[in-house]
Design a protein around this ligand. Sequence first.
Ligand SMILES: [Zn+2]
Length: 545
Amino acid sequence: MNVLLDYQVILLPKKNYWKWVRACSKYVIEFGANLTDDPQSAISYMAPSQVITFPSGVDLFPDHDDVESWLREVAPGVRLDPVAVRSTKELKAALSKRIDDDDRYGQKQKSFYMLWPTDYPVITQAFGANPQIYRRFGMPGHEGLDIRALTNTNVYSCAGGTVYEVHTNPKDHPYGIHVRVRHKDGYRTVYGHLARALVSVGQSIDAGQVLGKADSSGASTAAHLHLTLERDGATARKETKYPKDVLDPTPFMVWPDRSRKKSLPSLTWPAGRCLVGGRTWEKTKLTACDLDLARSADLEAVQIEASESAMNVARLRQIRPGMLIIARLNSDLSGGPVSPGDFVAEIARDLKRMAAAGVNYFEVTSQPNLQSDGWGRSWRSGYEFGEWFQEVLGALRDVEPQVRFGFPGLAQGADVVSWRGDADRFLAEAQAAADASDWIGVSFYGAPPAPNWEKVLTRLLASYDASFPGKLLFLSLDDQEYAGVDPVSRTRSLTALFRRLRNERNLGAAFCYDFAAAHGHDGSESRQAASQSLSAAKALGQRDF
Ligand SMILES: [Zn+2]
């Protein structure tokens, strides 16, 4: 599993299609790209976040004179990756070289290329778009790329070079506050609509270095980055139809940018190990039986609803004074759209009440890629959720600045229409919001006794670690696997799981003891069954780690 955004589709000629497929097979295994012989499928696949790779030799796509220009026109803003080859043999050789060089998109073979300049891998206005608007500026169309960026988020230099202009007046230029950088071979980049510049004229900067913070200064209606690429003499040499040496940056963009080291706000975990935790099922409160179980199993951490009574929080603390308690902040998101403001108004009282009772960790919403939890209603993608979440996070930090807010665990799995959005894609799209959180929730389906549970879990944790290095994680286990399993072997499996996780890096706690769901989700019946497992819980309580 890979939570980085890498939507690549390889468009191949219809003629001798299977020969072309064979030429790509090693590359596909290495990088996980998709294949198609249908240009329309390539254009719509994960649009506009995909990269379309295709052999660009003449006459390979007889329906189009020049397939590259055709794609540029019908799919503006989509990154194209033409491979200059004429035969299957040449394609195979070119792709082998990319594998050997660890150079997925062949960028290292170009003399000049540009790293992605924001934390958001989305183009909001393509190069050349809206000619009617740009004509009055003497341009045939939009003279750069508009790239998603929220207010005060980082803007990175696309390539190494020297800063030659920093414009600090937000009012007297269409680009507002902007920075201009000169690179090698006469290339220049311009970063517009900033909140502020963080570099000065004459400063030499590296590729990927932060040069400012994004905003909406100048002629702009919403926060984003405007990026222009120019090259000395390009207009005179007819390298471009645009005046003022303006070039289309799209073919130069490296995407996604795996090279950037992210700076993540994170916490050192005081406990220094992964705590043994239990949790209530969604929308249920602790019962006397649950408290008995927590005591018998010697739980070190408990996850509850924020609507839980302060009395029960006190009871948990009686069981174990240092008990880590995480409270889930939820409101009903199954209906029409709920604005960030309405959500905060809904949960603020419980937040204050729980914080007053000494709870320091809060998970904000749960499983937001499920339709029942807001997907398709309050947000339609991870990007939209990320923006919604960041607004909520800002407001919550104003209410309780000292507590730790977590990004919610996602319902694992791929797209299911009218139910769930693909978890990996959702997380990658919402990555900036997860970065901004104090910790991240991870849901795990497939607990023991499910086959391969250890392998699946190891891969899941490794993928979070790759995307969020050093970030504190809390793991929640979906306990449905235990339905029908007798309490003794269930406890044995859980003990093995907790032992496996005890020294897992970055894992603060695992909430694996699902009070009410031990035998399915049905309330009273399952509680009764859970009470029968009290003696089994004692076995967990007698663990030797
Ligand atoms: Zn623009």
